[in-house]
Each structure stands twice: as structure tokens, then as C-alpha cells.
Design a binder for this molecule. Structure first.
Ligand SMILES: [Zn+2]
Length: 227
């Protein structure tokens, strides 16, 4: 099955991008691109140290990681849908992504989705979400993926029983910086997609994860069968 739909998942920190991407990625024909997972550990460590706590990556690193990943996905031909978790993160990265897709997977549909939620819910999600250092072996010890708590003990990981921790980037000062970065970059991201004639679908994530996932699936199905 050739790669048919690319879904950039956009939105502010803590809106629920990673949770939603993980959920959608459980479908057999769907894979999730997470930039951090595609960058060599040494490069990630250098980025974490050199670009401040926000961990910004240079264009060459991003382009190399993206090309390698897409090339593998296209060759494997098993994935119909690629979700880009929190990517692209800037207008330049939009151009990068569209360029790589055009050369490696021509004819695919690009369906960017911008998630939003009210400010109170956003803050609550950032305060409540937890990660697991044991289940997610992050090379710079900064796990990002939302962990599910155990039914018996909300402080412990439902998978390995380890103690859950807040995400490093959710500390109030960092979260403010990440929110500010999103607000700064969002206009450029929207402009680049608009310039390419690609509409961004907007989706409110106040409802349940199941409802939001169903809404995304419906969008993907509608777009991939239209032509
Ligand atoms: Zn765990």
C-alpha cells in the first residue's frame, strides 16, 4: 500500500498531539514520525545542550532525519498514513517537508491538522500529564510520550509499574517558553501551507481522545477517497 496521506499534527504544547498521534499510530496502516526518534542520539545531546532547553534543531539535521525516514516508509510500502507528531515546527520546516514529500512520495495528500483547546484545559493537561523514564528510554533523559497511569496507583506507570514523572518541558517557565515559541512560529507555518495551496483543518480537542481520534480518521478517510 503506497503512502497516500501525510498528516502534520500541529498545535500548542499540551494540546494533546502526542497522545492523539500514538492512538492513531495503533492502526495497522499508520506510522508516526517523531523528529527526536529519527535524530542520532549524539546529535540530540548536542542539540539539548547547545540550543537551550527548547531543543531546537538545525535545518540540515531535520532534513536528513526526515529524508531517511520518508525514504524508509516509502520503500517499505506498508504505511498508508504518516502522522507527523508536532512537525513541522516552523515555516522553513513546512517547506522542507513539502519538498521531501514531493520528491519521495508524489501524489500523496497533505492534510495538516491544527489542534486547539481552551486555555484552562491546556494548563490542566500540562500539569497532569506524566511520562515514564523506564518505558521511554530517551537518549538525553527527557521522555516526551504521555504515559498511562496504573489503575491501582495513579503515581505509577500502568505498563512497567515505575514511578511517573512530570515532563521536563512542562515546568511552568519552560511551558511558557514553549507556548511563546508556538505562537511565534504558528503564523509562519500557516503562511507556508497557505502558499502551497494546502488548507489546515482545525480540530478542538476538548472531547475524549476516542472522539478526537475518530474525527481525525474521518478527515483522513474523506480526503484520501475524494480523488
Ligand atoms: Zn513505564
Amino acid at each position: 500500500m503506497p503512502l497516500a496521506v501525510a498528516v502534520p499534527m500541529l498545535g500548542p504544547p499540551a494540546v494533546g498531539k502526542s497522545t492523539l498521534a500514538s492512538r492513531l499510530g495503533q492502526a495497522p496502516n499508520c506510522v508516526v514520525f517523531r523528529l527526536r526518534e529519527q535524530v542520532p542520539a549524539g546529535r540530540l545531546a548536542a542539540t539539548a545542550g547547545g540550543a537551550g532547553p527548547l531543543g531546537w534543531m538545525d535545518d540540515v539535521t531535520v532534513a536528513t532525519a526526515l529524508r531517511r525516514y520518508l525514504d524508509r516508509v516509502v520503500r517499505a510500502a506498508g504505511a498508508h498514513v504518516v502522522i507527523f507528531d508536532n512537525f513541522p515546527g516552523s515555516g522553513r520546516q513546512v517547506r522542507l517537508l513539502l519538498g521531501e514529500l514531493a520528491s519521495l512520495a508524489p501524489g500523496r495528500v497533505v492534510l495538516p491538522i491544527e489542534l486547539s483547546v481552551d486555555a484552562v484545559t491546556l494548563r490542566r493537561r500540562a500539569v497532569q500529564r506524566r511520562v515514564c523514564h523506564r518505558c521511554e528510554r530517551d537518549p538525553v533523559r527527557d521522555p516526551r510520550l504521555p504515559a498511562k497511569a496504573s489503575d491501582e496507583d495513579a503515581q505509577r506507570c500502568g505498563r512497567c509499574g515505575g514511578v511517573l514523572q512530570p515532563r521536563r518541558g512542562d515546568a511552568p517557565r519552560l511551558l511558557r517558553a514553549r507556548l511563546a515559541r508556538w505562537q511565534r512560529e504558528a503564523a509562519g507555518i500557516r503562511d507556508e501551507f497557505a502558499a502551497a495551496g494546502i488548507a489546515i483543518s482545525r480540530l478542538d480537542t476538548t472531547g475524549s481522545l476516542a472522539d478526537t481520534a475518530a474525527a481525525v480518521s474521518a478527515l483522513v478517510t474523506a480526503r484520501s477517497t475524494r480523488r
